[in-house]
Ligand binder design. Structure first.
Ligand SMILES: *Cc1c(COP(=O)(O)O)cnc(C)c1O
Length: 343
């Protein structure tokens, strides 16, 4: 017998599919892929790949071969690309796999030529982010390589009108490197417009309900909903403080509910005093410090008792603005104690 979990995560795969279709329409005539690294940003890569493949997505991206190993084989017709390329330790697995490495340095190009002569690969070129990719002065290393997709990655696409966007676009356009196709845009890059789309786009965040750019506001559906159970209710008397370090004191007698949720679940201390739960249409503010396993909320707006469930507000733009955590971090921090339900 399984004991009940006091924390639930509901993952709405119809909302995920809606969001992918929005990016696919926005990307057309370019093909639209899906970044599923970090277990699909914490949402669950297996379920995400299965659903998006059924929607027609053909191109999936993970960071490393150990992530790839958990996903292969992919549904028929779908391709997996490995964003960090091949390190020496990856070679044996990579050569035996039909996933495609995205080579990110001249060293990796030499390694791949040596280990798999003539085999196709992707290449990442750095157009100014200075993170991964061959520099513009290293492109001679690519001569004669069987490049499937030539990629670059935007540093500031979530800042519309940032001069870096057009600078990187011009540098990517100017590349004289033969490849079957080109790919440039993440979620925010898709929103920057058709010039950024090339042949294949690589959205991640927006698929999972994050709003990457003002152009996507109001277009995407929330994918992840979190609910926590009430462990205890109590009355905080006027003048009394609650939680570690007494960071909140009640001005008047206040009805409080203690939730089975804490920073060990990814509800980080950044939500102390600024997060909220939702119950019966009321917003119930977090009071005082979030602790490891427990969070106090002001329950004045709802008649809560022990064992009741409340929704933890996980609207990504709103939760990000409240906590100062990025929408990406909010997703990838989700802990292991949730019971997950896929709709
Ligand atoms: C993670 C990643 C993406 C997806 O980015 P989002 O901002 O989540 O849409 C696309 N391309 C590369 C190279 C990435 O590393």
């Amino acid at each position: 017998m399984q004991p009940p979990a006091p924390l639930r995560l509901t993952i709405d795969l119809d909302a995920l599919a809606h969001n992918w279709r929005w990016f696919a329409r926005a990307s057309a005539p370019a093909a639209c892929g899906a970044a599923v690294k970090a277990d699909a940003y914490g949402v669950g890569a297996k379920a995400v790949v299965e659903r998006l493949a059924a929607e027609g997505c053909r191109d999936f991206f993970v960071a490393t071969w150990s992530e790839a190993a958990g996903l292969l084989p992919l549904p028929a017709g779908a391709t997996l690309r490995i964003l960090h390329g091949v390190l020496p330790d990856d070679l044996a697995f990579a050569v035996a796999s039909d996933a495609i490495p995205m080579l990110v340095s001249a060293e990796q190009v030499a390694r791949w030529r040596d280990a798999a002569p003539g085999r196709r690969c992707d290449v990442m070129v750095d157009t100014g982010m200075n993170r991964l990719g061959l520099g513009l002065d290293e492109l001679a290393a690519l001569d004669g390589l069987a490049i499937d997709t030539l990629h670059s990655h935007l540093a500031c696409a979530d800042e519309p009108g940032h001069p870096m966007n057009v600078r990187q676009l011009a540098a990517f356009r100017a590349l004289d490197v033969p490849a079957r196709q080109r790919s440039f845009a993440n979620s925010a890059g898709v929103c920057e417009g058709a010039a950024y789309h090339f042949d294949l786009t690589r959205p991640g965040l927006g698929l999972y309900g994050g709003v990457p750019h003002p152009a996507a506001a109001g277009q995407l559906r929330q994918v992840v909903r979190a609910e926590a159970q009430v462990v205890q209710t109590r009355t905080l008397k006027a003048g009394e403080a609650i939680g570690y370090n007494r960071t909140f004191a009640a001005k008047a007698d206040t009805q409080v509910a203690i939730l089975n949720l804490g920073y060990a679940d990814g509800y980080l201390r950044a939500f102390s005093g600024v997060g909220q739960a939702l119950a019966g249409g009321a917003a119930l503010p977090v009071l005082g410090r979030v602790s490891m396993d427990l969070t106090a909320i002001d329950a004045s707006g709802a008649a809560l008792t022990e064992g009741d469930w409340v929704e933890v507000d996980f609207d990504l733009p709103r939760a990000s603005a409240a906590s100062g955590l990025s929408q990406y971090e909010l997703l990838t921090c989700l802990g292991a104690r949730y019971q997950r339900r896929y709709l």
